[in-house]
Design a protein around this ligand. Sequence first.
Ligand code: PLP
Length: 357
Amino acid sequence: MTSLDDLPIRDDLRGKSPYGAPQKHVRIELNVNENTHPIPEPVARDIIESLARAILTINRYPDREFSQLRDSLAGYLGHGLTRDNIWAANGSNEILQQIMQAFGGPGRSILGFPPTYSMHSIIASGTGTRWVSAERDTDFQITPRTAVAAIREHQPDIVIFCSPNNPTGTPLSLETIEAAYDATDKIVIVDEAYAEFAPSGAPSALALLPGRPRLIVSRTMSKAFAFAGARLGYLAADPSVADALRLVRLPYHLSSLTQAAAVAALHHSDEMLAMVDDIARQRDRIVERLTELGYHPWPTWSNFVLFGGVENPSEVFETLLEQGIIIRDLGIPGHLRVSAGTEAETSAFLDALAALS
Ligand SMILES: *Cc1c(COP(=O)(O)O)cnc(C)c1O
C-alpha cells in the first residue's frame, strides 16, 4: 500500500487534515449540532410518497434548475424573495464550495474570523483559495470597526461571517455586515446555518439583500429542519450570483430524490420546525445549569453551547464518552461544546457532568 505522501497530490494539499468530527454511534450524540428529534411520522410518510413518485422517473436526469425546490425555499424564507434569488446544493458546504470555486480559487483569498466553523477554511483549501484569519473582539464579537479594519488590511476576494457563529453561538449585528459590505467591492457571505434558533424577531442578513448584489446568505436544512442526512443547503442572493454558480456546479448536482424529499419537507415546514422552540428551551437550560455548576457558558443564539471553565477538556470528553455521551472538544483551551438535544438527552448530559464536578 502507498501512503498519501507518495502520491502526486497538489503541493498545497500536502500535510492538510480532513474534516474529522468523530462519528461515533453512542447512546447520546450531542457533538455535531444535529437536531436530535426525529421528524414527525406523518411528514415522513408524505416525504416517502414524494420519493416513490420521483423514483418512477429516475431513469431521467433531474431538473437541473430544481425550479420547484427553489420556489419552495423562496416561499419558506419570505423577505420578498423569489425562485431567482435562490440556489441550492448538497448541503450548505457544497454551496460554500461553489461560491469559492466561482469567486475564490488560486491567487485569491477568503477572510474569516476564527474560532469559526472549521469547514470554511477546509473548503478554502480544497478550492485553492488562500484562507486569511482576522481577530475577533472580546467575547467573540465582531464590531463594524474590526470587520472594516480586517478587510482594509487583507483586501480579501471573499469575506465570510458565521451568524450565529459556530462554535461560539455568538450573534452578529447587521451593522457589522453592512459595514463590511461597504468596505469591499468583493463578495460577502453570511453563513446562517443556525438562524432558526435565534430569538424570534432577531434580524437576518436576508433583510440586507435588496440593493446588495455581492451579499450572499447561506442556509441549510441540516439543523433546524432535522434534515442533515438528506443534504440540502441553499443560499439567497441577487439572481446574478446563481448565474455565477451555474458556471462551476456539476450538471444535475441535486438528485431527483433530494429535490423530492426537500420539497415535501418544506410543505410541512411548520411541523418540521415545531421542535425548534423546545431545542431553544433545552439550550437555555444548559446555559443555566452549567452556570450553576461553575462553568462559563457563552451567550448563544444557536442550538449548542460553548462553555469555558473546563479544567481538562479532553478528560471530561473521554469520561462522558465512556458513559455513552459524545460532545465536542474543538481544541479551544478550557472549553467544550455541547448540542442541545431532547429533554432526556440534555438531562443525561447535565447529570453526568454534575457528577464530575
Ligand atoms: C452545520 C453547519 C453547516 C451545515 O452544513 P450542511 O452542509 O448544510 O450540512 C453550515 N455552516 C455551519 C456554520 C454549520 O455549523
